[in-house]
Write a protein that binds this ligand. Structure first.
Ligand code: NAD
Length: 342
C-alpha cells in the first residue's frame, strides 16, 4: 500500500533500545493527528506499514465524523517491544516529540495508561492519562454510551420506535465496551443475548442478566439488533446471509471484512451503523484532553450524544441518494476534511 493521501510517514529506529516503529500522519487539516500506538508483532515491515497507513486514514474519518478539531494519525511499534519498557517508551516519546504536535499519541493495542505517563516524561504530545493525573481516564464507558446513541438513530432509520424496553439485542464480545453496552441495555429493559470466547467474560455478562449463546451463532440470533463489540471483520460473505436482525450497531472496529460487505448489508435491507461513527465515544473522550481549558466530562457527554444526530444525517443521506451507509459516512468525513484544507 502506498502512502497516497498521507501527509507524513516516519520510520523510527532507536539503536540503543532496538525500538522500531512507524508513525503515519494522514491528515492535520482539522487539527493535530490523534491516534493510538499499536504494539504488535508483524510478519514484516511491509505489513506494519500497510496497517499504519490504513489505521491512520480511518482515524481521520472517525475524528471528522465526530466533529472533532483533530486529524488522523497512528503509530505502530514492530513488536516485541524493547525489554526495557521505560527506555523504549522514552525513545518512542522522543520520536513523537520530533513531530512537534503533528502527531498526538494515545493508547491502542498493547499500551496502558502507565505507558502514556512514560511518553509524557519526554513529550507533551501524548494523551489518555488517568483521571487521577488530570486526564480523560477509561474511554470504554463513553464508547458504550455512543453505541447506545447510535442504536437510537438506527432504530429510527429502520422505522422502529426508539424504545429499548422489550428490544432484543445480540452482543458479541463482553469486554470493556460490550459489557458497558449490555449494562445500559439491561437497565433500559432490553432482552440481551451475549457471547464471548472468554468464559469469565460470559459469566460477568450472565451476572448482569444477559442470556449467553454460542459465540459462533451469535450473529444468526433472531433479534432486532446485532451489536459486534469484540473483534473486527465479523461481517463477511459467510455471516451476512445468516444475519436475522434489522440493525447492526456495535462498538468493534473494522466490522466489515471488505468494503463490498457494506453493499451486502444494504442488499439485505439491514441498517448498518458504520463502526467509525458509532464507536467514536472513546476518541471524543480522549481528544478532550487537548482542549485548552482542560478535560470536561459534560462536553464529552454532549459530543458523544451527538453521535445520534450524526447517524440520523448519514442514514437519511444514504436513503435519499441510494448509496451505502458506509460510503455516505466516508464522504461526509472527506468533505469536512477538504472544506477545512481549503
Ligand atoms: P476488551 O479487550 O475489553 O474486550 C474485548 C472482548 O472481546 C473480550 O472479552 C474478548 O474475550 C472478546 N473477544 C475476543 N475475540 C473474540 C471473538 N472472536 N469472539 C467473541 N468475543 C471475542 O476490548 P474493548 O475495549 O471492549 O474493545 C472491543 C472492541 O471495540 C474492539 O474492536 C476495539 O477496537 C473497539 N473499540 C473500543 C473502544 C474503547 O473505548 N475501548 C473504542 C473504540 C473501539
Amino acid at each position: 500500500m502506498a502512502a497516497a493521501g498521507h501527509e507524513q510517514v516516519c520510520h523510527v529506529a532507536d539503536a540503543a533500545t532496538g525500538l522500531r516503529a512507524i508513525v503515519a500522519v494522514h491528515s492535520t487539516a482539522l487539527g493535530p493527528g490523534l491516534g493510538g500506538v499499536r504494539i504488535r508483532e508483524y510478519a514484516d515491515e511491509q505489513a506494519a506499514l500497510t496497517d499504519v497507513l490504513r489505521l491512520s486514514e480511518a482515524m481521520s474519518y472517525k475524528a471528522a465524523c465526530a466533529g472533532l478539531r483533530c486529524g488522523g494519525a497512528k503509530a505502530v511499534v514492530l513488536g516485541p517491544f524493547p525489554r526495557d519498557r521505560e527506555a523504549g517508551m522514552h525513545a518512542l516519546g522522543r520520536a513523537v516529540d520530533g513531530l512537534a504536535g503533528r502527531y498526538v499519541a494515545t493508547e491502542d493495542m498493547g499500551m496502558t495508561e502507565a505507558d502514556i505517563a512514560l511518553l509524557n516524561e519526554v513529550t507533551p504530545h501524548a494523551v489518555g492519562r488517568s483521571l487521577e493525573a488530570g486526564g480523560s481516564g477509561d474511554p470504554s464507558p463513553h464508547t458504550a454510551d455512543g453505541v447506545i446513541a447510535g442504536m437510537r438513530a438506527a432504530l429510527r432509520a429502520a422505522g422502529r420506535a426508539v424504545e429499548f424496553d422489550g428490544l432484543t439485542v445480540a452482543v458479541q464480545g463482553c469486554g470493556n465496551v460490550g459489557f458497558g453496552v449490555i449494562e445500559r441495555l439491561m437497565a433500559a429493559g432490553a432482552l440481551v443475548y451475549a457471547s464471548d470466547i472468554s468464559q469469565q467474560a460470559c459469566e460477568r455478562a450472565a451476572g448482569a442478566g444477559a442470556r449467553i449463546v454460542d459465540n459462533d451463532r451469535i450473529h444468526a440470533q433472531s433479534v432486532d439488533v446485532f451489536a459486534p463489540c469484540g473483534i473486527g471483520a465479523i461481517l463477511d460473505e459467510r455471516s451476512i446471509p445468516e444475519l436475522d436482525c434489522a440493525i447492526v450497531a456495535g462498538g468493534a472496529n473494522n466490522q466489515l471484512a471488505i468494503a463490498a460487505d457494506g453493499e451486502r448489508l444494504a442488499a439485505r435491507g439491514i441498517i448498518y451503523a458504520p463502526d467509525f461513527v458509532i464507536n467514536a465515544g472513546g476518541l471524543i473522550n480522549v481528544s478532550d484532553e487537548l482542549d485548552g481549558e482542560g478535560y470536561n466530562t459534560e462536553r464529552v457527554r454532549f459530543r458523544v450524544a451527538s453521535i445520534e444526530s450524526t447517524l440520523d444525517e448519514i442514514f437519511a443521506e444514504a436513503i435519499s441518494r441510494g448509496e451505502t451507509i458506509e460510503t455516505v459516512a466516508t464522504q461526509m468525513a472527506k468533505a469536512r476534511i477538504e472544506a477545512s484544507s481549503r
